[in-house]
Design a protein. Sequence first.
Length: 67
Amino acid sequence: MAKAPAKKAFALRLDPAVHAAIERLAADELRSANAQIEMLLREALERRGIRVKTSPQPQRGRPARED
C-alpha cells in the first residue's frame, strides 16, 4: 500500500476568540478544527485566484487480493 503524502506541521498562534469561532464552525460542519482551518485557507486562496491542487487521499479498507 502506498504511503499518503505527509502534511506539513507548523505552530499557528490564534486569538482565542478566532479559535473558538473556528471550533464552533467546524462542529457545525462535522470537521476537526484543523480541517476547518485548511478549508478556510483554501477558500481564501481561491478567492484570490490561486488554485491549490488537492493531494490524493489514502486508500481505505483492505487491499485487493493478489490471486
